[in-house]
Design a binder for this molecule. Structure first.
Ligand SMILES: Nc1nc2c(ncn2[C@@H]2O[C@H](COP(=O)(O)OP(=O)(O)OP(=O)(O)O)[C@@H](O)[C@H]2O)c(=O)[nH]1
Length: 378
């Protein structure tokens, strides 16, 4: 039982936490997809009043329908333009989620003004609540799923309450076309919305765990190359916007093969974790340490290359001064690293160009005797 509660708390914590950058990146693509879908669907709404005019419906009724369709199309185009924009608006999924649910409630409220049961028994319009909740899965943000799910439950429960309160007699709650409004079927609908929210939350939770795993290195628990490649473009965008410099340091442990050969592969793994522990204990939250693979790491610094060199050199000294003990009773060993630095925008405008330049300087550091940091070409 305790285990179950713990799992549930962890589930909620993951859902309510700010999603990982990769999730947000993929989520922004999802927002665009939803915006395109919404824009296409709203064009379909235009057909209804046009068909109405053709089959001879009252012209004023058709005009109201036409006006509503034009409004819906205009709003959906605004959402589409915002989702397409290079700038990411964190509030956008919340605004569009609120729009999707509230417009469904408004249409249901309008229907119930004509005939009370139409508002709460219309299956087609009500279906846009679960569709709205399902679409939040594409945004990969657990907080959004819970918000939109709760919003639909609260709004629909309020509508049911208003319809029940407005009915002066039980006959008003009966309709030939829409059937009878009963407490039982309304509670079932609210439960369906809750169930949908739980299912979509679980899907997002599992996606979050998957992305977390795919962006994390299993040995050191550091972010990995995939994480770096997804994260850097946004950092470059921000740096370009602020006129700031980003320096990327390529770090390679010296003579690591020798360590492996002397103490074995498992102790080699522990040596890698030792270096990571020393570095992680010294770096700040805005300095990102990534394991690129093997005994290669990247440290991303939001600093000009000169300051980054000083920072790297002090980290180099700290690692060299720390001693690694392969196993109990063994002689403590000195581990050193070499590093090559490259900065954005001077040395390159994307991650691969910077890595290439940093690698050249790293090779230079190795040639010059290792245990050093190089920030300039020969
Ligand atoms: N234990 C362990 N070893 C690894 C891991 N990944 C790569 N290696 C080893 O790291 C060693 C890297 O060796 P090299 O690239 O030849 O370079 P080096 O011995 O570090 O020498 P320099 O880089 O020239 O200073 C290889 O022996 C790999 O097998 C790992 O995850 N664990």
């Amino acid at each position: 039982m305790r285990e179950l509660v713990q799992k549930f708390v962890e589930f909620l914590k993951t859902l309510l936490a700010r999603p990982d950058e990769i999730m947000l990146e993929v989520g922004a693509g999802g927002e665009l997809l939803v915006a395109r879908l919404r824009a296409a669907l709203s064009l379909l709404i235009l057909i209804m009043p046009l068909v109405g005019i053709m089959v001879g419906s009252p012209i004023d009724e058709a005009m109201i329908g036409l006006g509503a369709a034009v409004f819906v199309i205009a709003v959906s185009q605004i959402w589409l333009a915002l989702a397409r924009s290079r700038q990411r608006y964190p509030w956008l999924p919340y605004a569009t989620g609120t729009y999707d649910i509230t417009s469904t409630t408004l249409v249901l409220a309008l229907l119930s003004m004509g005939e009370l049961p139409a508002g709460v028994n219309s299956m087609v319009v009500w279906g846009f609540y679960p569709i709205g909740i399902a679409m939040t899965a594409l945004r990969n943000d657990g907080r959004l799923v819970l918000y939109v799910g709760l919003l639909s439950i609260v709004q629909y429960a309020s509508l049911v309450w208003a319809v029940l309160a407005a009915a002066q007699s039980p006959e008003n709650l009966m309709s030939v076309e829409y059937g009878a409004v009963t407490m039982a079927n309304q509670i079932q609908r609210l439960m369906l919305l809750a169930l949908m929210t739980i299912i979509v939350s679980t899907v997002v939770y599992r996606m979050q765990r998957l992305v977390e795993m795919s962006g994390t290195d299993g040995l050191t628990q550091l972010p990995n190359r995939t994480w770096l490649l997804h994260r850097m473009p946004r950092l470059f965008d921000a740096a370009r916007h602020d006129g700031a410099t980003v320096t990327l340091a390529l770090i390679d442990i010296d003579y690591f093969k020798r360590i492996n050969d002397e103490v074995g592969h498992l102790a080699g793994d522990r040596a890698l974790r030792h270096v990571v522990a020393v570095l992680s204990g010294l770096i700040g939250p805005d300095e990102w340490l990534i394991r690129l693979g093997g005994e290669e790491f990247v440290l991303v610094l939001r600093k000009p290359i000169g300051n980054a060199w000083e920072r790297l050199d002090s980290l180099r000294r700290a690692v060299a001064e720390s001693r690694f003990t392969a196993e109990r009773g063994a002689e403590p060993q000195r581990i050193t690293f070499s590093a090559g630095l490259a900065s954005f925008p001077n040395d390159g405008s994307d991650t691969s160009a910077l890595l290439k330049r940093a690698d050249r300087r790293l090779q230079q550091a190795k040639r010059e005797g290792r245990n050093r940091v190089v920030a300039r070409d020969d």
